[in-house]
Design a protein around this ligand. Sequence first.
Ligand code: SF4
Ligand code: SF4
Ligand code: SF4
Length: 168
Amino acid sequence: MKLPTVAELSPRQQTGAWRRGVQRLPWTDETAIRAHCTSCGDCRDACPEAILFEGPAGTPMLDFRSGSCTFCQACVEACSEPVFFDTAQKPWNLIAVPGESCLLMSGVSCRSCTGFCDHEALKFDLRVKPVGAIIVNSESCTGCGACISVCPSDAISMSSVVEERLMT
Ligand code: SF4
Ligand code: SF4
Ligand code: SF4
């Protein structure tokens, strides 16, 4: 099923979408997009994960609700404008952050997200009462977003805050 664009969402839905992981592409930022992107759509067409879509201003956005970024660089290679940074650099400083709607916060046992992280960045800590908590290792997390769409309570978002987070 094709996801609606952010522009097609209600204002309230838009707020939720941005919070949950709709953002700019890797190896670029808002300034570079605004300065150089021509909204041609070549990056969106090139993404094999189909996680890129046209944002409200016509420029590309990435939606982790659709899947994860493999950092394949196909979007970068497809772009003929100086939108993207040197791919030898880190693609971004994003890390996953479990939020208050995590089922563990309600005392319900869940660890769905931990099994989907290829980088073992999410750990279940049984020491946190009453039923444990998820710890994010900011050193291991790549910000790929694979954990976002598998969360049954839509609790994981991305943050550029580079520090270890503990749900308490
Ligand atoms: S790096 Fe690859 S998977 Fe990630 S947004 Fe670009 S084309 Fe898509
Ligand atoms: S390929 Fe480059 S110029 Fe075209 S929409 Fe994507 S970022 Fe913008
Ligand atoms: S964003 Fe990717 S690397 Fe980070 S915790 Fe989620 S699945 Fe693991």
